[in-house]
Structure formats: structure tokens, C-alpha cells
Write a protein that binds this ligand. Structure first.
Ligand SMILES: Cc1cc2nc3c(=O)[nH]c(=O)nc-3n(C[C@H](O)[C@H](O)[C@H](O)COP(=O)(O)OP(=O)(O)OC[C@H]3O[C@@H](n4cnc5c(N)ncnc54)[C@H](O)[C@@H]3O)c2cc1C
Length: 270
């Protein structure tokens, strides 16, 4: 396998006003590895603005990372929303927001456009599906919604979860099929760069007792500053053990996602 493999867009549809689902198909002899969980990360190389094909071969140059090869093509972190055909085809859900290179690409993506997919055999999931009886708190803004949707769809019978989700408009709500018992709090119209996020206050005041219990797990994916406040609250006020929650910053207000190293996620739970 090459470090960066090509994949063609096979369909691009609007799920809701602010979410585009792009399906890509592996080109050549590779497939996405099996075994990923809920929030499985995928790193994608994009065409430069105005182009339709990503220069994925840039990342396969033997001197990539060692010598100056010129301007690096843009790439961003996303989530594998669904795996089809043994990893040959993947669905990825893109939040549509102003001023984003990847978001702009998703809005104009058409079948035939080419992306680069960074390939890795190691796990790219933060969500740690706990064994035994499970109560889960799932918190996400729109960028975490693809991961949250997959987590909910993959719950087992008997799992109980409460999901708190921040979206831009009523029409951005989504429905998920699940074997678990899931309750939802949708926060509409806050956060996502337009106004302060309401996620922290919702977590602080939620009715979800005994978060420190051994059978309870929390997963959080949202803007970085908000994720840090929620992590602090879960640890210091709710008494959650470090191995019982994963809190990940998915984007940073005011900073674009162009990072230079392959493992530079915005904030990962320490
Ligand atoms: C592990 C992981 C998984 C992710 N999965 C997904 C996913 O499945 N779907 C998804 O849409 N995103 C996901 N993200 C978030 C995504 O990588 C960032 O939102 C990224 O910045 C988008 O790139 P862009 O080129 O559109 O915007 P950029 O060029 O990176 O940013 C331009 C400007 O837009 C702002 N911005 C970035 N994202 C948003 C946003 N969502 N709303 C409002 N303003 C924003 C930035 O602060 C900046 O000011 C994930 C991130 C991580 C770390």
C-alpha cells in the first residue's frame, strides 16, 4: 500500500442543509482496513481550490517529510461514516461552513473528482467501546455528528446512551437506527462559529447522574476550547476516571485545519 491512495467520488448528496454526504471508491488495488469503531478517523488530501483532482502522489514521494518538495497539497481529518464493500467504498459526511477549503470542496464535489486517502493499518478510533453493561454520554457538535451517528448505529442491545448534539438549524437533525436505548438533546442555532457554543452548559446542567460509576463511559467531539471545558468538568466535577472518557477537539475556532504532521489532531485526550 502507498502512504496516500487515490479514491474517486461516486456520489455527493446533501443530507441536511449543513451536511453533505460524499461517497468515495478506492481506485486501484487497495481497500480501507476492517475493524474500525464509531469515530474512526480518515485523513483526506483535497484538490487545490478550482481543481478536481488531489495531488496524492505528492505524499508518496520518497523524500516526503525529509526534503522541501514545494507547497504541500491541502489535507484534513474526517470520519468514516460508513464502510461498504469490504472497504472499497466509504461514506464521509462534511459539515458545510463558510470559509473552509474542505467544506467548499464538499459543496461542489461531483462524481469523478479525486481525493487522496492516507492509509494506515493502526486504529484511528478514539471511542473505546466498553465491555459489560454500558451507560454512555455522547456529546458532539456538527463535526462530531458523523462519528456519533455511527456510534449510535453500532450500539448493542441493552446499551443506554444520552446524546447531546449542537447543530445550526432544526433541519440539521438526523435520525439513526439503533439497538440501544438512546435519548437526544438537540441544541439548535448555537456554536459552529456563528455564536458561542451551548454544549458546555448543556453538559453541566444535564440530568445524567452517576457519571463516575464503573459502567459509564463518555465520548465528546467538538470545537477544541469547548472540548477542554467539558473534559475538565467531567474529570473535576463529575469525577470520571481518565479511562472512562475520550474527549477530542475536532477543530479550532479561528484556525484552519492545515497542519503539517500526520498525527496533529487538534486536541486529543491526555
Ligand atoms: C478526528 C477528527 C474527525 C473529524 N471528522 C469530521 C467529520 O466527519 N465531518 C466534518 O465536517 N468535520 C470533521 N472534523 C473536523 C474538520 O477536520 C475541521 O472542521 C476542518 O477544519 C474542516 O476543514 P475546512 O477546510 O473545511 O476548514 P479550515 O480551512 O480548516 O478552516 C477555515 C475556518 O473555518 C473554521 N471552521 C473549521 N471547521 C468549522 C466548522 N465545522 N464550523 C464552523 N467553522 C469551522 C476554522 O476555525 C477556520 O477559521 C474532524 C476532525 C477530527 C480531528
Amino acid at each position: 500500500m502507498s502512504f496516500c491512495e487515490p479514491a474517486r467520488v461516486v456520489s455527493a448528496v446533501s443530507l441536511t442543509p449543513h451536511m453533505r454526504r460524499i461517497s468515495i471508491e478506492a481506485e486501484g488495488d487497495w481497500n480501507w482496513p476492517a475493524g474500525g469503531q464509531g469515530d474512526e478517523r480518515i485523513d483526506l488530501a483535497f484538490p487545490k481550490p478550482g481543481e478536481t483532482e488531489a495531488d496524492y502522489e505528492f505524499f508518496n514521494h520518497p523524500d516526503y517529510g525529509r526534503a522541501d518538495l514545494g507547497t504541500e497539497p491541502p489535507w484534513r481529518h474526517y470520519t468514516v461514516r460508513k464502510v461498504h464493500d469490504g472497504g472499497r467504498r466509504l461514506d464521509i459526511d462534511f459539515v458545510v461552513h463558510p470559509g473552509g477549503l474542505a467544506a467548499d470542496w464538499a459543496m461542489r464535489a461531483e462524481p469523478g473528482h479525486l481525493l487522496g486517502v492516507f492509509w494506515s493499518e493502526s486504529s484511528r478510533s478514539h471511542y473505546q467501546s466498553p465491555s459489560g453493561p454500558r451507560r454512555q454520554l455522547l456529546v458532539a457538535d456538527a463535526t462530531g455528528l458523523p462519528g456519533l451517528g455511527r456510534i449510535v448505529e453500532e450500539l448493542r442491545e441493552g446499551d443506554v446512551a444520552h446524546a447531546i448534539i449542537e447543530i445550526e438549524a432544526e433541519e440539521d437533525r438526523q435520525e439513526f437506527t439503533t439497538r440501544g436505548q438512546v435519548t437526544y438533546s438537540w441544541l439548535v442555532g448555537s456554536g459552529l462559529g456563528s455564536s458561542p457554543s451551548a454544549l458546555f452548559d448543556a453538559v453541566k446542567t444535564m440530568d445524567f447522574p452517576n457519571l463516575d460509576a464503573d459502567d459509564t463511559y463518555a465520548w465528546v467531539a467538538c470545537e477544541s476550547a469547548t472540548s477542554r471545558r467539558i473534559r475538565k468538568h467531567l474529570r473535576e466535577i463529575r469525577g470520571m476516571a481518565r479511562d472512562r472518557h475520550n474527549v477530542v477537539g475536532y477543530w479550532r475556532e479561528g484556525a484552519d485545519g492545515h497542519v503539517s504532521g500526520m498525527n496533529d489532531e487538534v486536541t486529543v485526550d491526555a
